[in-house]
Ligand binder design. Structure first.
Ligand SMILES: [Zn+2]
Length: 195
């Protein structure tokens, strides 16, 4: 009964407003579509303080991975981890990994880290999703200081080389299923730093 009343009212309004309504509806649909590949949603807090810039020399995978993988990270990665911890506290993070199935990965080079939001392997709830966007936005805002190469989160990628394009749809690079929680990076933020 109430559903029928609502749709009748909506339909009447659309008919009454004619062209104007049509334009508004199309505009709304377009903005909804754009928001899926347009980075952090409105209201995302990214002002969590500037990172202290990395001023050391870039180097190889020479530092024992602070995230306890038993592997190594580069000096730049170690600095990013220290800064992330200073601004966000300790987060569930894993950097070095053999990643044998993906030879182009930055993890075995000690230049990539995964930060989990919510439960690994599952799509996050609203709070974890928002927290991930806050963190991802901070990485992007401090990309120069932290020598960030790219960030992947929520099926989207931001890269320093294409910074003017903002967040773009993440395709999985032919290696990952971009629709899955893990492959599409819905359960974790991936960050890579420059060599
Ligand atoms: Zn990763």
């Amino acid at each position: 009964m109430s559903t029928a009343t609502t749709s009748t009212t909506t339909w009447a309004a659309v008919v009454a407003l004619g062209l104007i309504s049509t334009v508004v509806l199309v505009g709304g649909a377009m903005s909804l579509e754009a928001s899926q590949v347009d980075g952090p949603p409105a209201g995302t807090v990214s002002d969590t303080g500037d990172a202290v810039p990395f001023t050391g020399a870039s180097g190889g995978c020479t530092i024992s991975d602070p995230t306890g993988t038993g592997g190594c990270v580069t000096p730049t990665t170690a600095w990013l981890l220290q800064q992330a911890s200073a601004h966000f506290g300790r987060q569930p993070t894993s950097c070095w990994d053999a990643h044998a199935w993906n030879p182009t990965s930055d993890h075995p080079k000690g230049r990539g880290c995964d930060i989990t939001f919510g439960t690994a392997g599952r799509f996050p709830g609203d709070a974890d999703k928002a927290a991930g966007w806050t963190f991802a936005s901070w990485l992007v805002a401090n990309a120069k200081a932290l020598r960030v190469s790219y960030v992947i989160w929520q099926g989207q990628i931001w890269s320093a080389a294409r910074a003017d394009e903002g967040w773009r749809t993440y395709t999985g690079g032919g290696v990952y299923d971009p629709t899955s929680p893990v492959g599409g990076h819905y359960d974790h933020v991936h960050v890579s730093v420059l060599p």
